[in-house]
Design a protein around this ligand. Sequence first.
Ligand SMILES: C[S@@+](CC[C@H](N)C(=O)[O-])C[C@H]1O[C@@H](n2cnc3c(N)ncnc32)[C@H](O)[C@@H]1O
Length: 536
Amino acid sequence: MLSSDRQGLQLFGHSPSAQKVLTHAVDENIFRNESNPAAQNDDRFPLAIRHVVGRGRGFFATRDIQAGETVFQAVPLAWAISEDWMKNTCWWCFAYDARRSQPVKAMSADSPCSLSAKTVTTCNKQVSANGCSRQTSFARYKGVFCSDQCHQAAITAHGGQEHWDNYLALLGAMEDEIQLHGSKVARSNKASAKLETSTSTLLDVSQSALLSEDDNKQGGGHCSEADFDPDDLTDEQLEAWIATVWDTIAEHDLFSDRLPDSSQRELVRLITNQLCLSDALTADRDNDLPIADWQTEMVARCAATRDIAPFEALCRVKSNETEVLRASLHQMQLAVPNSDGCASAPATIAPIRLPWNLSPAQLVESQWSSSFQDAASSYSLLARAWERAAKLGSLGVLNHTRFRNVYYREKANSFGIWDPPSDMLHLAQSTDCSSPTVGADYDEREWIGFSIYPTAVYFNHSCAPNVAKTRRNRVMNFVSNQSIQSGDELFISYGSTTDSVSERRDRLRDHFFFECACDRCIAESSIQVCNANSLF
Ligand SMILES: C[S@@+](CC[C@H](N)C(=O)[O-])C[C@H]1O[C@@H](n2cnc3c(N)ncnc32)[C@H](O)[C@@H]1O
């Protein structure tokens, strides 16, 4: 997640071997396509996507830019409000009031249990008559909005009332699943507490699985017999392995007894929102519906002409799935015990191979990657909710490939939504002193959710950014904080820039899986080396 520093989320990056310079002609088309109805709007912005060695794609200035110019604006394609603030935050414009809930409570319109909060009791009877559970969350699940206009805009963005209802039904079904599985999870947690007393055994299982000759021989068609460093594995090898493992996970519904934590559940809600919006945009749309903004229009028109389906537009954003796996393999490699049973020092990194034929039981027991288990239990939760909600309304297809396509993009490329909206650290350095929030205490800001802006994900990071990110309602504004020459790259910061160089790099490595190579880090790390050398 960019600039949010949420704990517990693993984020993506390019490993050295994954650094490929790819040509994504369609990416440029998003910004420079004469037949694109939004092209005239794109020309408002003085930037273009180019490829840069070591950083992938990035935004570059197409003319000289003055300090204080808005260089880009983006609207979200999908979003999720934090569990803590769901009643206090408008589900469309992100207006937030910590003291009271938003005034417009919007249940789905034609569901028998959605007429209004007052009719819930009657509704539940009707729902029972229709064969639904009396305890169903469909009756109580509702969105909140600061105004009727925002409510209507959300319905419109979802492609109309029916799609909106399906979306709410899905969220409600997820709540039901969370409750239903609460007791099961409690039991399973007790069981895993017992298992943790024999952690070393489990670790051995995973490591012997990873290093087993036999296992690797059975998968010999996929990878060589030689020992290798995770960085030597090609993306194709990793992708093939991931697909095999996920097929097993889906087939046996593994990890269904694990409840994703609240941060994962928020991610699942963002994915739900993304999938519903994408399906709504690709489905037959009521042409009389007004379209909220030019980027949504662009995506909708592209879908209509089959140029870029909305879901495919998201898929142009970089996925970090293989990077997450590679990082997990590195961690395991470092933890492989030596002959004394102690973890070996990094200097003696153990060779590693992928276990191609893990049985379902081995997969569950090996505990070889917590990030992998997070993803699998999140998928299981969504799949169960999907099945439940599909009985009440028409939903698109859900399979693990589609889920992973979104999961490994959104968790890395989404922006945190904070309130007050402006990023204080950046504004303090910027010329935008007209903002009413300048001078407010950064620590008082509240994290109220996160959203994905697929058109804005091409800003690379610098610890000395030349662009500040500020939010006004749903719109993310990117404003230059210094003059920028034509041809220069535009950078934002993925979080605090006030830490030391080693703290900044550690954080970016841990959360984003990349080694920051910005000018400031390079300069400051060479000063550190000089200082260290001068001691001798
Ligand atoms: C939000 S994406 C930015 C767009 C990305 N370059 C692409 O091609 O899709 C963030 C990723 O870009 C790369 N990146 C961004 N800033 C970087 C930096 N300062 N040094 C090295 N890599 C960087 C890392 O791979 C990071 O995970």
